[in-house]
Design a protein around this ligand. Structure first.
Ligand SMILES: Cc1cc2nc3c(=O)[nH]c(=O)nc-3n(C[C@H](O)[C@H](O)[C@H](O)COP(=O)(O)OP(=O)(O)OC[C@H]3O[C@@H](n4cnc5c(N)ncnc54)[C@H](O)[C@@H]3O)c2cc1C
Length: 284
């Protein structure tokens, strides 16, 4: 289907983009890589009067070292994130998740910020963002604010980004030396995960000193497996110790039922994937 007619704006600065958002309000929609928005427009599930393309704003692209964190510009394509050495060294979970996100063509068009702003609960990036304690840098008419990952995902396709705001970057605290593993369960390669688990653990000797685990497609938003995280602290990285903590992975979750699996199946899958991801991350 062909989208409904809209006006197209291509600002070259964030300030211009914000001014356009302020002027057109509800009638405007931000365009990043278009990999989620364009299908929505073509199916006429949304018909904005104005589309504001961020593609010409150079300051929104790139990855830089910021001391104890790396900063990923919102308009940085998945393919750039995938091959970036800073991401691989300091945020291994994001590196692993992006490697398995969609296919090569989509990774060349889709953006890191666009995927997170879209907030699909089946998206691959929410769980790593939660596990790594990412901070979302959001700019609006009143200036810039930072939102912690735990507060960013509000509901199905809904984030803390206001209607008059733009996600400009994501700050990811370095997890150098932490083990990490992204376990994505799919029926067909390059598909959205049925369930996925992002686990990162800090080992001291043979013991788990700290564990952070994000879950994909286990509710309306990406979630933390907090009960498993708490149970892992102080455990040896053995099959038995990790399995007992992983059995708590679905606590407090409300996964959907669909053609790919029932809710109860997803809950079971989460326990299996958490066990595998944590054991891998711990190098066991
Ligand atoms: C066939 C197919 C398979 C896919 N498979 C996967 C998969 O396996 N895993 C996965 O995670 N993803 C998958 N995706 C989605 C892909 O990751 C997209 O890149 C992503 O969802 C949207 O990013 P985008 O840059 O294309 O954003 P767009 O489609 O341009 O925008 C998405 C939404 O976010 C808003 N937005 C974008 N950028 C900003 C910003 N900076 N500030 C505020 N709002 C913003 C837009 O207004 C829009 O509502 C798939 C997509 C397709 C088409």
């Amino acid at each position: 289907m062909i989208p409904a007619q809209f006006d197209y704006l291509a600002p070259t600065t964030v300030e211009e983009a914000l001014a356009a958002l302020g002027e057109h309000g509800d009638d405007a929609k931000i365009l990043a890589g278009g990999q989620s928005l364009l299908p929505v427009l073509r199916m006429r599930l949304n018909a904005p009067e104005v589309v504001i393309d961020l593609g010409k704003i150079d300051s929104l692209r790139g990855i830089r070292d910021d001391g104890d964190a790396i900063v990923i510009g919102a308009m940085t394509q998945h393919s750039v994130v995938e091959h970036d050495p800073l991401v691989e060294e300091h945020a291994g979970l994001i590196h692993q998740a992006v490697e398995h996100l969609a296919d090569v063509q989509i990774r060349h068009r889709g953006t890191f910020g666009g995927a997170l702003a879209h907030a699909d609960p089946a998206g691959d990036l929410g769980a790593p963002a939660l596990a790594l304690g990412a901070q979302f840098v959001i700019q609006g008419p009143g200036g810039t604010r930072t939102v912690e990952a735990d507060d960013f995902f509000v509901d199905l396709f809904e984030t803390a980004i206001g209607e008059d705001e733009i996600l400009v970057a994501v700050r990811v605290p370095k997890h150098t030396g932490w083990g990490s593993c992204y376990e994505k369960f799919v029926r067909v390669a390059h598909q959205w995960p049925i369930v996925a688990v992002a686990a990162t653990v800090k080992m001291e000797g043979g013991t788990i000193a700290e564990a952070r685990i994000g879950l994909t497609n286990m509710g309306n938003t990406a979630l933390r497996a907090r009960a498993s995280e708490a149970a892992l602290v102080g455990q040896p990285a053995t099959e038995e110790g990790v399995a007992a903590a992983a059995a708590l992975a679905a606590e407090g979750t409300h996964p959907p039922s669909d053609l790919n699996g029932e809710s109860a199946y997803r809950k079971h899958l989460a326990t299996v994937l958490v066990r595998r991801a944590v054991l891998n991350a711990a190098g066991a």
